[in-house]
Design a protein around this ligand. Structure first.
Ligand code: AMP
Length: 278
């Protein structure tokens, strides 16, 4: 497994790989890997000859009062895990290499980035699209794998690929959960044991909503009220609960096939996201 620490050496490795006509796969991550990340790595491993995993805690997708400084990191452990997955190269660029002093360009999905998480994190998705496009340009993958846990992110990246005429196939992997149902996240380590227990309500409440839909409930307001009550009972502070179409991310008054129920909830200072697709 190659460990590549600079943009220029990554580009050199990509040129060599392309010369050998090997298909390239990319799994972008911010590290502190868990089973959710590894499930994406396994999907990618089957779909390409040369697999690159990037580890980069991208500063531009964090807001000024967010957790950039505390974001958990353990590169040695990450590398150990990736070696077991037969990853070909791990790209770990330095911040200054990705964003030199006079860096000045951004990419933004104008509409999609203002919805859902974009309301309370107004610059987040601009940071994501910009860094992902940079990674795409550096690694030049044929396929890239993203998790459904960040459903909005996957929708925005698909949009960017179409809008900017990129020849990259995006594959999404389903949400990997802890035994209690909590979606795995690097941020789960911020939770106290009681917050972690309470946070399992997110998944159980979403599953209840899906059961209600299966029983014939269609009224989005009613479903939202029920989710709000269940989550608030467990001391979750709701950032948003939205019922939207899975492609447009626009609100829907009635639940139907292809409806996405997405939410962001604080437990203490930790903001967790989760979703379910009907
Ligand atoms: P992150 O390191 O949080 O930026 O995540 C990197 C990639 O892993 C993104 O595509 C996420 O959607 C995906 N991911 C994070 N958590 C999970 C999970 N629990 N299940 C599946 N994919 C995940």
């Amino acid at each position: 497994m190659r460990i590549v620490k600079s943009v220029s050496s990554m580009k050199r490795l990509v040129r060599k790989t392309k010369k050998h006509r090997l298909s390239i796969g990319l799994v972008p991550t911010m590290g502190y890997l868990h089973k959710g990340h590894l499930s994406l790595v396994r999907i990618a491993r089957k779909k390409c000859r040369f697999l690159v995993v990037s580890i980069f805690v991208n500063p531009t997708q964090f807001g000024p009062r967010e957790d950039l400084a505390q974001y958990p990191r353990d590169t040695r452990r990450d590398l150990r895990l990736l070696r077991k997955e037969e990853v070909d190269a791990v790209f770990i660029p330095k911040e200054k290499d990705m964003y030199p002093q006079d860096y000045d360009t951004v990419v933004r999905a104008e509409r999609l980035s203002t919805l859902l998480c974009g309301v309370s994190r107004p610059h987040h998705f601009q940071g994501v699209t910009t860094v992902v496009l940079k990674l795409f340009n550096i690694v030049q993958p044929d396929i890239a794998v993203f998790g459904m846990k960040d459903f909005q992110q996957a929708v925005i990246i698909r949009r960017m690929i179409v809008d900017l005429n990129l020849d990259i196939r995006i594959i999404t992997g389903s949400i990997v959960r802890e035994p209690g149902g909590l979606a795995m996240s690097s941020r789960n380590i911020y939770l106290t044991p009681s917050q972690r227990k309470n946070a399992t309500v997110l998944h159980t409440a979403l599953c209840h909503a899906r059961q209600a839909y299966r029983r014939g409930v269609r009224d989005a307001k009613k479903v939202k009220r029920c989710l709000t009550r269940k989550i608030t009972e467990k001391k979750g502070r709701i950032d948003y609960i939205e019922i939207v179409h899975k492609d447009t991310l626009l609100p829907q008054k009635r639940l139907q096939k292809n409806t996405l129920i997405a939410l962001a909830v604080f437990f203490g200072k930790t903001r967790l996201i989760d979703n379910i697709l009907l």
